[in-house]
Design a protein around this ligand. Structure first.
Ligand code: S3P
Length: 428
């Protein structure tokens, strides 16, 4: 058998401190680099994606130091950023790419971006089109849709945008460009996507107006360095919420998990399926709510989800599909065509992977139809280089009859490098 073999477990027990939130870590590094004065980030995610953001910042002349999960950034404002002497490589990271494009659209120099094979196939037009309308010049494959691409920033004009997809990366790129544009920039989205950029910009001293689905900023806002304490990533916690719900016995405690309402779709959906998840010690630090999550085994039943719920759990759909495969009855996920342009085409790869492990999953154009079963056989599945699939198949292995051999398990390093050690520690 190829890959890393994950054997079935009969129970779990213990406390898991999931690593820092990926979206918040990216934003803390970027805003720290844009700000004046020192920014200190604690619990920074050491996944490959966030390290790509730090590396790009270094190439742009931003000074930072890191010790473990703590990062200090010596912010000298964007005036101090320099034209990089080489290509910026965002690796596997859509967030690094799209947010950096927004930040650099107003820079008085040229930058060339690239990434790994997955990133080079992901659509950038959703960001490059609005940035071009604001005044940036962008050249790349398919009219600036695919990496590698080169952007020559410059004088930007504030604009009003209405996006067709609820994407925090698109919204953030436009807002960040808007900070360097003349006048007001506004973005209206069809449903609310994660709002970490808006919250953190306010923390850095910039006025950001939000009204339902619309966000507005004015050009010229000055950022002041801050202390940012990153909560644990609910997208990483989701794997343990599903494991702890469907395993035979035991209890998992997950302290300090971010519970920003734009991200808590997974909690609501798992609870509606019957999960026994409790929120303890709720608090708010640096504008981001957090809580300790406690999960215990429960019988799950199928559910139908779609609409505004989807952006609130988009990254958790692979592991939610695992839960649905072991729930009683049918689950239908609709309005999630965005999954097709994630690190892999997750509608296709989730269906193919789960079916190979004995599940009954049908691909829909914009989602998945899943028939739950009392147990899954297991077998062999590949991550196809997608971190969330690697972890979803590992959890399936723990919950299966025969275990799962996960090909390319290392993909998990993108967001959760310690994942394998942690599952070994809590398995009983
Ligand atoms: C992210 C936004 C989401 C999400 C991604 C992280 C962010 O992507 O899937 O993992 O940090 O802004 P989209 O904005 O493309 O929906």
């Amino acid at each position: 058998m190829r890959g890393v073999f994950i054997k079935p477990v009969s129970g779990v027990e213990g406390e898991i401190r999931v690593p820092g939130d990926k979206s918040i870590s990216h934003r803390a590094a970027l805003l720290g680099g844009m700000a004046h004065g020192e920014t200190h980030i604690s619990n920074f995610l050491l996944g490959q994606d966030c390290l790509s953001t730090l590396q790009c910042l270094k190439q742009l002349g931003v000074h930072w130091e890191r010790q473990g999960t703590e990062v200090w950034i010596r912010g000298e404002g964007m005036e101090a950023w320099q034209e990089p002497t080489d290509v910026l490589d965002a690796g596997n990271s859509g967030t690094t790419s799209r947010l950096m494009l927004g930040v650099l659209a107003g820079a008085p120099f040229a930058v060339t971006f690239t990434g790994d094979a997955s990133l080079r196939s992901r659509p950038m037009r959703r960001v490059t089109d609005p940035l071009k309308q604001m005044g940036a010049q962008i050249l790349g494959r398919l009219g600036g849709n695919l990496f590698p691409l080169t952007m020559s920033g410059g004088q930007l004009r504030g604009q009003t945008f209405r996006t067709t997809v609820a994407s925090a990366q698109v919204k953030s790129a436009i807002i960040l460009a808007g900070l360097r544009a003349s006048g007001e920039t506004s973005v209206e989205e069809p449903a609310l996507s994660r709002d970490h950029t808006e919250r953190m910009l306010r923390g850095f001293g910039v006025e950001v107006l939000s009204d339902k689905m619309t966000v507005r900023v004015n050009g010229g806002g000055r950022l002041t360095g801050q202390d940012v304490s990153t909560p644990g990533d609910i997208s990483s916690a989701a794997f343990f919420l599903v494991l702890g719900s469907l395993v035979g016995r035991g209890e998992l405690i997950l302290p300090n998990v971010g519970i920003n309402p734009t991200r808590t779709g997974i909690l609501e959906v798992l609870k509606a399926m019957g999960a026994d998840i409790e929120l303890l010690d709720v608090s708010e630090i640096c504008g981001e709510p957090r809580a300790t999550l406690r999960v215990r085994p429960a019988k799950l039943k199928g559910i139908e989800i779609g609409g505004d719920m989807i952006p609130r759990l988009i990254d958790e759909i692979p592991i939610l599909a695992v839960a649905a495969s072991l729930a009683q009855g049918e689950t239908v996920i609709r309005d999630a065509a965005e999954l097709r342009v994630k690190e892999t085409d997750r509608i296709h790869t989730v269906a193919e992977g789960l079916n190979a492990l004995g599940a009954k999953v049908e691909e829909l154009p914009d989602g998945l139809r899943i028939q739950g079963q009392p147990s899954l056989r297991g077998g062999q599945a590949s991550s196809f280089g997608d971190h969330r699939l690697a972890m979803a198949w590992a959890i399936t292995g723990m919950l299966s009859k025969d275990g799962v051999s996960v090909e390319d398990m290392e993909a998990a390093d993108v967001s959760y490098p310690e994942f394998l050690d942690v599952i070994k520690k809590v398995a009983r």
